[in-house]
Design a protein around this ligand. Structure first.
Ligand SMILES: C[S@@+](CC[C@H](N)C(=O)[O-])C[C@H]1O[C@@H](n2cnc3c(N)ncnc32)[C@H](O)[C@@H]1O
Length: 204
C-alpha cells in the first residue's frame, strides 16, 4: 500500500464518513444488528458506538487496511462488546459457513475490488434467515448524474482508495446470491450528488 493509502486516506475517510448525513444513515442500520455480527470493511470504526449492546453478542471487524485499523483502534478499545479484528479482505472471510447472524456493510461495497467474490463470501458465512444490513452509495437514477459519475470515477478511485461512484449496489448484492428484502434510497443532503445517492435496507 502507498504512503497516501496508509497515512493520509484513513483520516480523510474518517472525516467524510463521519459527516452528519452519513451518521444519520448509520443510525438507521447499525442498531438492527444482532447476535454474532460481521462488519465488512470496518474502516475507522465509526459504526462501533451505534451497535445496540443488548442485541450484539460479538462483532468481527474485517478490515484489510493497516492504516484504517490503526485509525480505528481507539474506538475498538472503547467498544462495550466483544470485538475481534479480522485483517483480511472481504474476498477472503476467515469464518465458517453459516456462522454469522448479521452482516453490516456500510460504504464498503463501493470499494471492494472483487465485489462478486466478497458478496459470495458474505452469503457463505451468513446463516439462513440472517440479515445483511447495508447502507451504500452508488449509481444514481438520474441520467445527468450518471454521466458525471462515470466521468469522474477514474480519478475518484485514485483519490478515494478504490471507491467506485457508479456501482449499482442492489444488483451487486443480487448477483452475489442475496435477495433484497427491504430497500430505501435517497440523495443524502449536503453531499455532492455524484457521491450522494444511497441505498439502504437489508438482504437475505
Ligand atoms: C469508505 S471506507 C468505509 C469504512 C466503513 N465501512 C464505514 O462505514 O465508515 C471503505 C472501507 O473498505 C475497506 N476495504 C477496501 N478493500 C476492501 C476489501 N477487499 N474487503 C473489505 N474491505 C475493504 C477500506 O480499507 C475502507 O476501510
Amino acid at each position: 500500500m502507498s504512503f497516501y493509502d496508509n497515512n493520509v486516506l484513513p483520516h480523510v475517510i474518517n472525516l467524510v464518513c463521519g459527516s452528519t448525513p452519513i451518521l444519520r444513515q448509520r443510525e438507521k442500520i447499525v442498531p438492527q444488528a444482532e447476535g454474532r455480527v460481521l462488519e465488512v470493511g470496518m474502516g475507522s470504526g465509526i459504526n462501533i458506538p451505534y451497535y445496540d449492546t443488548n442485541k450484539v453478542e460479538k462483532v468481527w471487524g474485517l478490515e484489510p487496511s493497516t492504516g484504517m485499523r490503526k485509525k480505528a483502534q481507539k474506538r475498538v478499545d472503547a467498544a462495550p462488546f466483544d470485538l475481534e479484528w479480522l485483517d483480511l479482505p472481504g474476498e477472503e472471510i476467515p469464518l465458517d459457513d453459516n456462522s454469522v447472524d448479521t452482516i453490516v456493510l456500510t460504504y464498503t461495497l463501493c470499494t471492494i475490488p472483487d465485489w462478486k467474490a466478497a458478496v459470495e463470501q458474505m452469503r457463505r458465512v451468513l446463516r439462513p434467515g440472517g440479515k445483511l444490513l447495508f447502507s451504500e452509495h452508488g449509481k444514481a437514477p438520474d441520467a445527468a448524474i450518471q454521466v458525471w459519475q462515470d466521468r469522474v470515477n477514474p480519478i475518484w478511485m485514485k483519490l478515494a482508495g478504490g471507491c467506485h461512484l457508479n456501482r449499482d449496489i442492489p444488483v451487486l448484492l443480487q448477483e452475489g446470491g442475496f435477495k433484497i428484502k427491504d430497500l430505501d434510497t435517497l440523495y443524502v443532503p449536503k453531499t455532492p450528488k455524484i457521491a450522494a445517492f444511497t441505498f439502504w435496507g437489508y438482504a437475505q
